[in-house]
Design a protein around this ligand. Structure first.
Ligand SMILES: NC(=O)c1ccc[n+]([C@@H]2O[C@H](COP(=O)([O-])OP(=O)(O)OC[C@H]3O[C@@H](n4cnc5c(N)ncnc54)[C@H](O)[C@@H]3O)[C@@H](O)[C@H]2O)c1
Length: 357
């Protein structure tokens, strides 16, 4: 693994589970970025993570990290409710931002953040790591170059009842702290809301990344045997018909997938839990040569690839492949629209929703 000479100096906010299972490793392995600073309020966690991951500096106080002129960008890996306030502070300090998904928890707060990003010449990227899965990236290119106008779009996201057996084997055991800084109340207690925000944010981003803008949704929800299912009809701006299925957890394997038909061909893909770092299996058919294609995608560390993409955009002006602030806002609008529609049974336009899921 070769490190570039010019590396983006990243300040990581949060030394909690997502940092430990994704971002420390991603920053160490990224060719063009480095863990310059760590900010963690909990003293035990800060000490332990600093020893293991050796940032150049460690901060207890976020304002101090933001005041460090050597920090070029901040990676925000903390609870959803904190994303927008911490991102606003980073932008005010002149730092680029890579923030975990979802961008925020309400339409109003993410729109305020979008307005601030537009005023500053700074990059904001949302941590929709699946965009960096090489199979998904291939699917997007293929859809644009070979498939053209879409007819029918289906995508699904299934979490598994056996997820933790798999993640316990794949991830380091997270080090937790009694003094971790968290929002009051447990955001995971309301599962209907939590599942939609945490899992739905991946599904709607993949739908938009591959299928384009979503205009309106009509959702049905079923809660049975401890599982939650959202079945969502979608109108795409392109006129294509769409269907999204978010089922959490299923009695079976974790899977994200899509099946897309269009004028010049079709694409289908299935992705495993991201922690396997395996590319999704994607097959793409082109009517032009009547051939199927399937990429290998040998490098599928999506958390590393998303940091590399972020750094490339900042350091070299490479077009942003990751989700930008508009994508983050659109995803929150889609999630709120799905929640509203599941309550009323009516079609809900994304442009008309307010509030939170
Ligand atoms: N992309 C993915 O695949 C994926 C997977 C899992 C979780 N996530 C996202 O990760 C986020 C949750 O991460 P987590 O579980 O590690 O959160 P957490 O709340 O368990 O840990 C966050 C850590 O950050 C510290 N912290 C918070 N605010 C701070 C501040 N202002 N100053 C200093 N330290 C501060 C806390 O002390 C804590 O140790 C969520 O947004 C979730 O959606 C993403």
């Amino acid at each position: 693994m070769m490190k570039a000479e010019r590396r983006l100096r990243v300040g990581l906010l949060g030394g909690g589970p997502i940092a430990q299972i994704a971002h420390f490793d991603a920053l160490h392995k990224a060719r063009n970025a480095e863990l310059y600073a760590l900010c963690e309020a909990a003293p035990d966690l800060r000490a332990r993570m600093s020893t293991v991951h050796a940032p150049t500096v460690a901060y207890a106080d976020y304002a101090e990290m933001l005041a460090d002129p050597r920090v070029e960008a901040v990676l925000i890996g903390i609870a959803d409710a904190y994303h927008v306030p911490r991102a606003l502070e980073a932008l005010a300090a002149g730092k680029h931002v890579l923030v975990e998904k979802p961008l925020g928890v309400s339409v109003e707060e993410v729109e305020a953040l979008r307005d601030r990003v537009r005023q500053r010449q700074l990059i904001l990227q949302v941590g929709n790591n699946r965009r960096f899965d090489p199979g998904v990236a291939f699917a997007r290119d293929f859809l644009r170059s070979e498939v053209g106008a879409l007819l029918a779009f289906k995508a699904w996201y299934y979490d598994s009842t056996r997820r933790y057996t798999m993640t316990d084997n794949l991830q380091p055991i997270p080090v937790l702290s009694e003094s971790a800084q968290r929002p009051s109340g447990n955001p995971k207690a309301d599962k209907r809301r939590y599942f939609l925000l945490t899992h739905g944010s991946h599904l709607v981003d993949t739908a938009r990344f591959l299928g384009g803008e979503l205009i309106a949704v009509r959702a049905r929800r079923l809660e049975r045997a401890g599982a939650y299912c959202w079945f969502v009809d979608v109108d795409f701006a392109s006129g294509a018909l769409g269907h999204l299925d978010l089922s959490v957890p299923v009695r079976g394997d974790f899977e994200e997938g899509f099946q897309i038909h269009g004028e010049g061909g079709s694409v289908q893909g299935r992705a495993a839990l991201p922690w396997f770092h395996k590319s999704s299996v994607v097959e793409a058919y082109s009517e032009a040569d009547r051939q199927y294609r399937r990429p290998l995608g040998e490098d599928a560390h999506t958390y590393k690839l998303q940091v590399e993409g972020f750094a490339d955009t900042i350091l070299n002006g490479t077009p942003q492949h990751g989700a930008n602030v508009d994508d983050g806002v659109a995803a929150v609008r889609a999630l709120v629209a799905i929640a509203r529609s599941a309550e009323s049974g009516e079609w809900v336009r994304l442009s008309e929703v307010t509030g939170t899921v």
